[in-house]
Structure formats: structure tokens, C-alpha cells
Design a protein around this ligand. Structure first.
Ligand code: UD1
Length: 417
């Protein structure tokens, strides 16, 4: 298993190309199952989670033609089958095939998913949405069995909370359901809006994606399409924090500041400058970093997927910061590891009190999820001496060429087998 060896203390300078969002690519790949014609996805990130999703689709007989940054999926000869536990356990987003399979084939059997260890991640909202569209769902021995022999029917779905995945499940299933579907309390994330644009390119009729009420006129046959995946706001936010933590400046090409409004505002309040450019956005820090309290919230609030990285930044800020996590309440696996690097973080229920320290010291660390791992890389960029990041496969799940991109901007990082 690969490790990263980081020698901290270098300011980052240069340009980072932001790729398509993993969290937009995964549902778009699942959406290929809705149609018998080809779907081409461009600006596809080269990350392990995308490869896992493509492997899962291959299992259903979907053929894929891949280039460096795009894929053409052909589900013309797709057949329904059981989603095997061995693939599904690797990633929670594999659950996104459930809605399309049920909508197209009238039946689906998918293992309950695995994925990052970030607390209880129930699937009740996905199942309830499909049941509202007329599916019959039961759970048996770790599998979800869903049936709708006469097809799904449009309905009013009210999500108990604005789950990203459940909104996507409902949206995809609704495109083939007969009649109109209204999704209330929908997630407003750019990745949901991007899935809707992909479905519209395929011929679906959708209004309101990106707001909390989405309307779908279903029952159309979806056709061949091409779609560009939206740039990854979490990758962009991570590199923005890399620039900030090292006191450097980076231009993030392709990044969209409007998708990072809450993050940009938080960074500015800590003393970081962030502004749009013709090609993306620019991030720079020259002065001191100030501690700041933040609370994670559903989009457009501060994203839970940048909480760990922001905590690494606050670890070396002047003063104290309170970081409250409201989306995944136990998402704090990075705290003991940041403390091993010399941070002073105390957990108090769903909040973390971060008392800023003057400097961090390198040490061997290990993380159990994607964003926790990258927060340790960020801390390693400023820690004195050498930081060894174990279990790099978590990073490879969601960041394309992370170490290479950082090295190009001046970081001292080596990947060893
Ligand atoms: C997606 C993102 C993930 C991000 C998360 C929140 C993908 C592939 N992953 O995950 O990176 O951290 O959004 O922005 O897009 N919940 C339920 N029942 C359900 C579904 C969710 O109670 O059926 C709860 C979850 O436990 C969690 C909250 O809702 O507390 C938000 O989860 P959700 O928005 O569904 O996250 P994911 O779609 O899994």
C-alpha cells in the first residue's frame, strides 16, 4: 500500500487545474442505466471511485470506452443483475444504481453499501423516495430488493432532510416514472444541478434543480447525449486551503467561486484573499491567520467535505476556533491524527474546539476516510520535519494526482510503495 512522505515548510505557488467533480461524475455514470443509447461524460476525474462505479456498470453489461478525461457508456445491452457486495462495499455511492435499475427494469437487488467510515449513513430516504414512486422495497440479508413490475408512477416526494444521494435517486427514477414528480426539500448542491443538466441533455424534462423544489415530467425515453461534469468545488476548496495554510498563492483553473461562496467567505474572515480570475479563482495569504468558528450545513452552507481541511488550517491560526459538524455528526476521525502532528483539538460532542498552535511537527499518521486523509496532507505541508501519510488509497479514491499537483506547486512530497 502506498504512503506519502511530506517534508513541510514550503509555500505553494503556481496553478492547479481543477477536474470534474467526483460527486457529480458518480450519479451521472449511474444515469447511463436509464437509457438504451450512449452517454458521453467529459471532464471526468481520474479517481478510484469513478473506476469503481464504471466496474459496477460493467457488471450490468454496460460497455465503456474511456479516454484520459472522458467516457462513453452504452447501456443498450444492459441487463439487470444483483449488485455484488464485493464492489458495493467499497463505496456508498454505488447505491445510486438502485433508482435507475428499478425505473428501467422494474426490479433491482443491491447490497447495502459501504464507503467512508464517517458515522451512520442510513439509506431510508432513498428507499422512501422510491416507495413513494410506487416501488415495493424490502431488506433481506444485507440486500435491498426493490420491485415495480408495472413501472414507477410520478408522485410528491418530501425528503425528511435534504440528502444529496436521496435527491439524486429520486430525480433519476422520476425521469422514467409516468407523469409528474415533485421533489420537496431537495438538496441544492451543484452536483444535483449537474445531474439534472445531464438528464436534460438525455431528453428528461426537469425544472428547479439547484433549488429545494424540483419538478420532473417523467415517462420520456431518454436518448444519446454528451455532458461535461461540473468542476469539483471540494477539490478546489482543498487547494485553496493548501495555498492558505502554506502562506502561498495558487490559481485554481476551472474552479467556480460561486460554488464556494461559504468557503470563500470563511477563508476571507481568517485572513486569506480569494478572488475570481478569467480562468477560475486565485487564493493568496501573506498575513497572519485568524481563528474562526464554522458550522457545516447542507449546500449552500459550509460543506462537510471541507470540514477536516478547514480544521487543519485552524490548527495553526491565532486564537481558538469552534468547528461544529451537523451533516455527519461523528465525522472527526482526523482529530486524533491532527493532534499527533501537534495540533490542539478537543472534541465536545458534535463540535471540535481548535486552539491554534505556533507550529506542527511531522509524524506518521493514518486516516480512515477521504477528506480526513487530505486534511493530514495539508497539515503535513506546514509541519516541521517529515509527515508520513499511510493508507493513501483513501486519497486516490477522490483526488486526481494530488501529490503530483502539489509537487508542481513546490511541495516536497514523495510517494513510496
Ligand atoms: C454526498 C457526498 C458526500 C458528502 C455528502 C454531504 C456523493 C457521492 N457523496 O453523500 O461526499 O459528504 O453528500 O454533503 O455525492 N441520510 C439519512 N438517510 C438517507 C440518506 C442520508 O439519514 O437515506 C443522512 C446521512 O446520514 C447524513 C445526511 O443525511 O447525516 C446527509 O447525507 P447525504 O446528503 O445523503 O450524503 P451522501 O449523498 O451519502
Amino acid at each position: 500500500m502506498d504512503k506519502l512522505l511530506i517534508r513541510g515548510g514550503r509555500r505553494l505557488e503556481g496553478t492547479v487545474q481543477i477536474v470534474g467533480a467526483k460527486n457529480a461524475a458518480l450519479p451521472a455514470i449511474a444515469a447511463a442505466l436509464l437509457s438504451g443509447e450512449k452517454l458521453t461524460l467529459a471532464n471526468l476525474p481520474d479517481v478510484v471511485d469513478v473506476a469503481t462505479m464504471l466496474t459496477l456498470l460493467g457488471h450490468y453489461g454496460v460497455t465503456t470506452e474511456r479516454t484520459a478525461s472522458s467516457v462513453t457508456l452504452d447501456a443498450g445491452a444492459a441487463q439487470n443483475a444483483e449488485a455484488p457486495y464485493d464492489i458495493v462495499r467499497r463505496m456508498r455511492a454505488t447505491l445510486l444504481v438502485l433508482g435507475p435499475l428499478l425505473a428501467r427494469f422494474g426490479t433491482a437487488r443491491v447490497s447495502l453499501p459501504g464507503g467512508c467510515a464517517i458515522g451512520a449513513r442510513p439509506v431510508d430516504l432513498h428507499l422512501k423516495a422510491l416507495a413513494t414512486l410506487g416501488g415495493t422495497i424490502d431488506l433481506d440479508a444485507g440486500y435491498i430488493n426493490a420491485k415495480a413490475p408495472g413501472g414507477l408512477t410520478g408522485a410528491r416526494i418530501v425528503l425528511g432532510s435534504p440528502s444529496v444521494g436521496a435527491t439524486e435517486t429520486a430525480l433519476m427514477a422520476a425521469t422514467l416514472a409516468r407523469g409528474e414528480t415533485e421533489i420537496m426539500n431537495a438538496a441544492r448542491d451543484p452536483e444535483v444541478a449537474d445531474l439534472a443538466s445531464c438528464l436534460v441533455a438525455m431528453g428528461a424534462h426537469i425544472e428547479g434543480a439547484g433549488s429545494h423544489r424540483i419538478l420532473v415530467q417523467g415517462g420520456r425515453t431518454l436518448r444519446a447525449a454528451r455532458h461535461d461534469i461540473v468542476p469539483d468545488r471540494i477539490e478546489a476548496g482543498t487547494y485553496a486551503i493548501a495555498a492558505a495554510i502554506t502562506g502561498g498563492h495558487l490559481e485554481l483553473t476551472g474552479a467556480r467561486l460561486e460554488h464556494l461562496a461559504a468557503v470563500g467567505e470563511a477563508l476571507e474572515r481568517t485572513g486569506v484573499r480569494i478572488w475570481p480570475t478569467d480562468r477560475g479563482l486565485m487564493v493568496a495569504r501573506d498575513g497572519a491567520l485568524r481563528g474562526l468558528d464554522i458550522t457545516t450545513e447542507p449546500y449552500p452552507g459550509f460543506p462537510t467535505d471541507l470540514q477536516a481541511q478547514f480544521m487543519a488550517l485552524m490548527a495553526i491560526a491565532d486564537g481558538a476556533s469552534m468547528i461544529r459538524e451537523t451533516v455527519f455528526e461523528t465525522r472527526f476521525m482526523h482529530v486524533p491524527e491532527l493532534n499527533r502532528l501537534g495540533a490542539n483539538v478537543t472534541l465536545q460532542g458534535t463540535s471540535a474546539l481548535v486552539r491554534g498552535v505556533k507550529s506542527l511537527r511531522g509524524a506518521p499518521v493514518m486516516a480512515t476516510d477521504l477528506r480526513a486523509s487530505v486534511s493530514l496532507v495539508l497539515a503535513g505541508l506546514v509541519a516541521e520535519g517529515e509527515t508520513v501519510i499511510n493508507r493513501v488509497y483513501h486519497l486516490d479514491r477522490g483526488y486526481e494526482a494530488l501529490d503530483r499537483k502539489l509537487v508542481r506547486c513546490g511541495a516536497d512530497i514523495r510517494r513510496v510503495a
